[in-house]
Design a protein around this ligand. Structure first.
Ligand SMILES: *Cc1c(COP(=O)(O)O)cnc(C)c1O
Length: 247
């Protein structure tokens, strides 16, 4: 980008961040909630490193990335250091995490939102131990039960809590889901509500080391609905950054 389009991009991004924050506040007020309860994660997958820098300038506090290798390259290009804390934002891994990418993911992300199996948890536990760090995580739930989606099925989480609780280097903070894809934002409301009700049921039985305060749900087209249903984290990409580059 040349200097002029850089400046234009930054001001446009600043306006979009402000517009999304305003919609977050309206949805929170609808639900009798406070806007400060909700973290906006700006999803910068398939956007250039310069877009991440502009997001920081626009006051974004949390970034989400799907592809570990792509994210690591951009973070390094920006001069950001490894996790935890050596970047001006909190970095969330929101894409499916393959076993062979766990070490790199734990090197670069503060939060893994896509903890989707006990096998992955046990691998993360071992590698976090080797790296001498604690990793924040959310349990990804396949709340709609669609076969092509990853995540724990709702009915299998409770039976795995004891094994997850043994992973002392993983700090589980809540649940994450990807709503049913439908251009009509109301279509995902039932999924979002089901995730909150699952969280409420699990909270009653979970070991004390498993925290369940966070609910990550809602994307560009349906985050207001997710907030009405209790989201504490919304993951918004295209509404902020515009169309993504093809990989
Ligand atoms: C890409 C992605 C998002 C952001 O999607 P937009 O529709 O661009 O807001 C949110 N969550 C996950 C898991 C994603 O993969």
């Amino acid at each position: 980008m040349d200097e002029r389009s850089d400046v234009e991009y930054a001001s446009q991004l600043g306006e979009r961040v402000a517009a999304v924050r305003a919609e977050v506040a309206v949805a929170a007020a609808h639900a009798g909630r406070r806007a400060e309860e909700i973290t906006l994660v700006a999803v910068s997958k398939l956007q250039p490193a310069s877009a991440l820098a502009a997001a920081v300038q626009a006051g974004v506090t949390d970034l989400g990335e799907n592809y570990v290798q792509e994210a690591a390259e951009k973070f390094a290009a920006l001069g950001w250091g490894p996790a935890p804390g050596r970047a001006p934002v909190t970095r969330h891994c929101i894409g499916p995490l393959q076993a062979n990418k766990v070490r790199k993911a734990l090197t670069w992300f503060e939060v893994v939102e896509t903890l989707d199996s006990v096998a992955l948890a046990e691998r993360m536990e071992r590698i976090a131990g080797e790296l001498g760090r604690t990793v924040r995580a959310l349990l990804e739930i396949n709340i709609s039960g669609e076969p092509q989606k990853s995540g724990f099925f709702a009915e299998e989480v409770e039976g795995n809590l004891a094994r997850l609780a043994k992973c002392s280097s993983i700090r589980i903070e809540g649940l994450m889901t990807i709503g049913r894809f439908d251009p009509n934002p109301e279509a995902a409301r039932a999924d979002f509500r089901a995730l909150r009700l699952l969280r409420d049921r699990l909270q009653a039985v979970a070991p004390p080391s498993i925290l369940l305060h966070a609910l990550s749900m809602g994307m560009s087209h349906d985050f207001p609905v997710a907030i009405e249903e209790g989201a504490t984290i919304v993951r918004v990409g295209t509404r902020l950054f515009g169309p993504r580059q093809t990989p």
